[in-house]
Design a protein around this ligand. Sequence first.
Ligand SMILES: [Mg+2]
Length: 406
Amino acid sequence: MGQLIIHVDMDAFYASVEIRDNPALRGKPLIIGSLPGERGVVATCSYEARKYGVHSAMNIKEAFRLCPNGIYMHPNFDKYKAVSQQLNAIWDSYATASQKISLDEAYLDVGEQAGNWEGACRIARLIKKRTLEEVGLTCSVGVAYSKTAAKMASEEKKPDGYFEIPTPDDFVRLIIDRDVSVLYTVGAQTAKKLHAVGINTVRDIRQRQEDVVKMLGKHGQWLAQVAFGIDDRKVVPYRPQDAKSIGREVTFQKDVSNYQLLKDVLLLLSFCVEHRAQHVGLSGKGVMLKLTYSDMKSISRSRTIAFSTNSAVSIYREAVQMIDMVVWKSARLVGVGIYNLSDKEEGQTILKDLFEDGDQQETERKLLLDALQARYGLDFAGHLTQIYQWDTLHKTVEYMRKHFRE
Ligand SMILES: [Mg+2]
């Protein structure tokens, strides 16, 4: 039996909040994320910036090349979080269960409040109206029988969109002849793989299910179902910010005073966090660093990043930037972790696919591992799977401490 699900997604959220608060920005290409000259990506941009070809996740250098006259701003997450709370209050008032995917996106199970299909559509329109009147922002809303269909419905008429997909038949009719990338779990890399073997449309997925499963495993099984409109997943009440963190730390047998060695240990710990996070299917929008100095004084630092990540390279990158900003003294403990976790299945695999240039990550990963091998004479890449185990990690760290040469 179909469910009554609403997917709501704010339009160009960070950019829209900034424009709302500073009307001088209206009508201009506004790019929120890193600034030109910094290393990083576009978090969100206004629709005017999109006309230049700028989009979320684009390298900031490329964005600047396309749109040198744009207005570039760092994100102001505290502000977006406050707005998000207002949005949550509106959403929650209509839903038996609401599953927050990010600050500006959620699935709502409105079955009980709506009673029937017409009721669900009425609620969806009310949410749009109240969001504009009470928060001053537009959103796109999809009403559908399943989560996948609701998410795709909200995409359909973006921005300020409203779209209904009442049944699996409607869903299939809508997407069957579209490119595979219409399915929101198919990111750029996956699409490339499928295209390479001639699976171009959703119809192709339906006709070549076995190939898709063979190529993509579990994800392939999922796609084969979705291509027929099947998705029975429930809206699971969830607030990412309530989830705990995933972290790893080590205490050294003898204090470490060398900065490079400490960074190398941070890298190993980042690999451990990546392993754990990917295992449980979570990624984090924040990275934290913990240090205990020889005098037992502890400090911790944390930062929110633009996109959820569970990649060791990204975690390490953030951790090193934080450690670069603290007073460096001899340390007895170091730890790294991610927090603000969210469910990877709900879009984060995709985020990673989209936002992290896979090849670039791979290259960076290899460079980092090669550098470790050169410094300590250990084949880290080959032993990563064992390093995830607690005592192997500690042994490895001790080995590194003893063999580190200045
Ligand atoms: Mg959005």
